[in-house]
Design a protein around this ligand. Structure first.
Ligand SMILES: *[C@@H]1O[C@H](CO)[C@@H](O)[C@H](O)[C@H]1NC(C)=O
Ligand SMILES: *[C@@H]1O[C@H](CO)[C@@H](O)[C@H](O)[C@H]1NC(C)=O
Ligand SMILES: *[C@@H]1O[C@H](CO)[C@@H](O)[C@H](O)[C@H]1NC(C)=O
Length: 417
């Protein structure tokens, strides 16, 4: 037993080669997740904001037979601790996500009074995996589920934490949708966590369309508004100064800026920005790209379902996002252009200037432009479409402290051509 005998010059060469290898390894960027990885489960965080189409995109994941999906598990954190602010609660929300990604449901014992019963889980029926065995016999494993039918048939059935964990572990992908993060930094430990293989899908929507949708759902948002504004538990239904909208815009810009402008090494290849408008315009291509990013393969049944969704047929159509057909979805996404007064639009554009610029939405300069539907306000995305380039040379050591407030505060809007 022993090392192969090496001559003096040979040893020197070997050492040199080793030094070279060490240097090479130190410089080599981390492998992107597209390359083969350890065979463990994949974790996807669908990170979005209120009224931005995330229920619809969440269903694209939930219906996939390989996915265990939960919608907004951190809702429980906000409901249990309503006197906290979004910034104060984000760490508890982050830790809850980590546990659920690992199929450890014990974290809900802090939030669900009847634990180990998970019967009170928020929007349980939105999870196909929880509508089929072992959680509930309503739909065969792997079949498409319908939220309404699942609520009817599974809603009154008990659901234990151990059963939910078993359902979770039976899937290769755990996908969680969340709307309660206003920055990316709290999530960095999850990205660096060797127990997780996390990818983040960041879903955004034109803030002017978000505003219109928020106004139509004002009551349902009151508690969350209070937490966003840090009102010590008071609910905020009316938002005449658009303070919530401003905070939401800042949060979305902060996330995109952190991920795209100077991404830390552990984020590279693990973040994908998706605009809801792009999904509405080209659902098949966008959905394929989303699945590929998540390491999922579209099944023929899913393709048929998506076709139905975007053409207004078939069961299980989420009412919220794609009201009837994809063409109508586009129409709906433009509804703000005739429904909101220009003065309000101008104000949102001021408050959300940074987000508009960063995410590729064109401001309107006049009421005429606002009403002129022939004027496309969704700027093309793609390489070179944005004022920044994701710099591969930037590493974590070049990061500044704090999230990039420049984008969050808002920058001068694009001049109207
Ligand atoms: C927050 O509200 C609670 C009661 O709801 C009150 O006891 C407490 O003093 C309030 N804190 C602040 C900082 O206003
Ligand atoms: C699509 O819609 C047709 C017609 O409504 C229906 O028969 C079919 O089952 C639907 N397919 C899926 C996968 O939802
Ligand atoms: C769709 O667009 C037309 C104008 O092209 C408009 O009259 C109609 O109200 C729109 N429908 C919706 C649901 O926004």
């Amino acid at each position: 037993m022993g090392w192969p005998r090496v001559s003096g010059p040979g040893l020197a060469l070997l050492l040199l080669a080793q030094a070279g290898l060490v240097l090479y390894l130190r410089r080599a960027p981390p492998a992107p997740p597209a390359s083969p990885r350890r065979p463990g489960p994949t974790h996807v965080l669908l990170l979005s904001s209120w009224r931005s189409g995330s229920s619809f995109v969440g269903q694209l994941f939930s219906q996939h037979p390989d996915v265990f999906y939960l919608m907004e598990p951190a809702w429980h954190v906000w409901v249990a601790l309503p006197a906290g602010s979004a910034a104060q609660l984000q760490m508890a929300a982050r830790d809850l996500l980590r546990s659920v990604f690992l199929c450890d449901m014990s974290v809900f014992s802090a939030y669900l009074p009847r634990y180990p019963s998970l019967a009170g889980l928020f929007q349980r029926a939105a999870s196909r995996a929880l509508c089929s065995p072992p959680a509930c016999p309503a739909f065969p494993r792997g079949a498409l589920s319908s939220e309404a039918a699942c609520r009817r048939r599974c809603g009154a059935r008990p659901l234990g934490a151990a059963t939910a964990a078993r359902a979770c572990r039976a899937h290769s992908h755990v996908v969680l949708k969340e709307v309660r993060f206003l920055g990316l930094r709290a999530l960095y430990p999850l990205l660096a966590d060797p127990a997780l293989d996390l990818r983040i899908v960041h879903l955004v929507r034109d803030p002017r369309a978000v505003l219109r949708s928020r106004e139509r759902a004002a009551k349902a948002l009151a508690r969350d508004n209070g937490i966003v504004l840090g009102t010590n538990g008071s609910w905020v239904e009316a938002d005449p100064g658009l303070r919530v909208v401003r905070e939401v815009c800042r949060g979305q810009a902060r996330i995109a800026e952190a991920a795209l402008r100077r991404p830390p090494a552990f984020l590279r290849g693990r973040y994908r920005l998706v605009r809801f408008e792009d999904v509405a315009r080209a659902p098949r291509a966008e959905i394929r790209a989303l699945y590929a990013f998540a390491g999922l393969r579209a099944t023929p049944r899913l393709e048929a379902w998506v076709h139905n969704l975007t053409h207004g047929a078939g069961p299980g159509r989420p009412r919220d996002a794609f009201q009837t057909t994809s063409r109508d979805a586009l129409n709906v996404s433009q509804a703000w252009r005739h429904a909101l007064p220009f003065a309000k639009i101008r104000r949102v554009q001021e408050l959300c200037a940074g987000a508009l610029r960063l995410l590729g939405y064109r401001p309107v300069a006049s009421e005429e432009e606002q009403r002129d539907l022939a004027l496309d306000l969704v700027l093309p995305r793609g390489p070179g479409a944005f004022p920044w380039t994701p710099g591969p040379q930037a590493g974590p050591e070049e990061e500044e402290e704090g999230e990039d407030e420049e984008a969050a505060r808002g920058q001068p809007a694009l001049p109207a051509p």
